[in-house]
Design a protein around this ligand. Structure first.
Ligand code: GUN
Ligand code: ZN
Length: 438
């Protein structure tokens, strides 16, 4: 008899291949009536209910989710928690938007109590949207990182986060120095990286707000801590790109600015990457880094259209994840973000994103991109038990649209086009229910 703490029963989906490299329907595993057994925060067994139920100790509580689709928890590869209060700010593209709205918003995070309150509200919102892991920018203030990780630790979530580095082209109260940024980041790595489920990301904001010296020191830090992440922004907006090329005349491309500083590695996550050349994609492929595609943000700021299928070309695939990029993004829902990624794929021309591919980008694909695929992103024995339970009939319009879907696979597309936080029936983290829809 299996000894375990808890189990859930229902239809679940998970990946056994990459739908950008094999036919999508071959990559997805659908278990129509499954049982997922969890113990000590991990999945121990997952099989058809009929196979597994007879072997299960009758004292183990089983939570049944009929008429649902259970997935690995979503992974948001690019988001700014301190920008939640500035979401939906009108009328500007990237650089003036940062100056007018974002810098004043981030300046408040020198106050630990305020930072902790926003971090708490933000994490609750992630869980309400079925997101269980995110790569998160804090602010320039070290206390904004402590506040975030304390709140993540409290919920048992696996989060990646870091202190923003910026030592130029920002207001006085938001600048560090190359030295203080390095020292603060070192202390935060020691305090939080691999502390429970928390992971650190060295976080130079972008090339405009860091001196070459600061980028260089960030590269040194990454070399000293090769298992930490690095996150920054790349080639998001045309005015940004012009400014970068005038600030770094000695470089061949925007990506090259980061490469020269030693910041382009397998655990590097670049937000956006809208305006990249073929040579940049090749560089990313060889480095094994990740591009975080943030469709709602790119539309909201009028930044441009990410060329997903150029990035993922099978002869030199670049890892891609999806990001909500709050506060430039307009939702924390990964379902909504998948739906917008579909629309952007149409606008960008070429191949059209399929629903199965979108779910891969939000789960197993992101986990593989982040080198966390032995821990998260799939429903399989040994994986950490982070799950989201979706309701494909959450709203009247979804209910009528999915009522006549013949298969689970057929419900996935309406779910990403029409779905949002209302579709998340429950979220499990570390083998525990942390959110239940009222
Ligand atoms: N580039 C530099 N900083 C930011 C930011 O906060 N948001 C977005 N979308 N792009 C950036
Ligand atoms: Zn961003």
């Amino acid at each position: 008899k299996i000894q375990a703490r808890t189990a859930i029963r229902g239809c679940y989906i998970t990946f056994e291949g990459n739908p950008f490299l094999v036919p999508p329907e071959e990559s997805l595993m659908i278990e129509e009536d499954g049982l997922i057994v969890m113990e000590a925060g991990r999945i121990t067994h997952c099989r058809p209910y009929a196979d597994l139920a007879p072997t299960l100790d009758s004292t183990i509580p089983v939570t049944h989710y009929p008429n649902s689709i259970i997935s690995a928890g979503f992974i948001d590869t690019h988001v700014h928690y301190p920008q939640m209060p500035a979401i939906a700010s009108w009328g500007q593209q990237l650089l003036p938007w940062l100056e007018e709205y974002i810098f004043p918003t981030e300046a408040r995070f020198n106050d630990s109590a305020y930072a902790e309150a926003i971090a708490s509200a933000f994490l609750d919102e992630l869980l309400r949207n079925g997101t269980t892991t995110a790569a998160v920018y804090c602010t320039v203030h070290a206390q904004s990182v402590d506040a975030f990780f304390r709140q993540s630790e409290k919920r048992g979530t696996r989060m990646i986060a870091g202190k923003v580095l910026m030592d130029r082209n920002a207001p006085d109260n938001l600048r560090d120095t190359a030295k203080s940024g390095y020292d603060d980041s070192t202390a935060l790595i020691q305090r939080w990286h691999n502390n429970g489920r928390q992971l650190y990301a060295i976080t130079p904001r972008f090339a405009i707000t860091s001196t070459p010296e600061q980028l260089e020191m960030a590269g040194d830090l990454l070399a000293r801590h090769p298992d930490v992440f690095m996150q920054t922004h790349l080639a998001e907006n045309m005015d940004e790109i012009k400014t970068v090329s005038s600030l770094f005349p000695e470089t061949t491309s925007y990506l090259d600015v980061y490469a020269q500083a030693g910041l382009v590695g397998a655990r590097s996550i670049f937000g956006h990457g809208i305006y990249l050349q073929e040579t940049d994609f090749q560089h990313c492929h060889h480095a094994g880094c990740t591009l975080a595609h943030c469709p709602t943000s790119n539309l909201f700021l009028g930044s441009g259209l990410f060329r997903l299928f150029d990035a993922t070309q099978p002869n030199r695939p670049v890892h891609v994840g999806l990001g909500t990029d709050i506060g430039a993004g307009t939702t924390l829902s990964m379902l909504g973000t998948m739906g917008e990624a579909y629309k952007v794929s149409l606008m960008a021309g070429g191949e059209r994103l399929q629903a199965i591919q979108a779910f891969w980008l939000a789960t197993a694909g992101a986990a593989q991109a982040l080198k966390l695929d032995e821990k998260i992103g799939r429903i399989a024995p040994g994986m950490e038990a982070d799950l989201c339970v979706m309701d494909p009939a959450a709203t009247p319009i979804l209910a009528q649209r999915t009522a006549h879907c013949q298969t689970v696979q057929d419900t996935l597309f309406p779910l990403i086009v029409l779905g949002d936080d209302r579709c998340i029936k429950a979220t499990w983290v570390n083998g525990q229910p942390v959110y239940v829809r009222p």
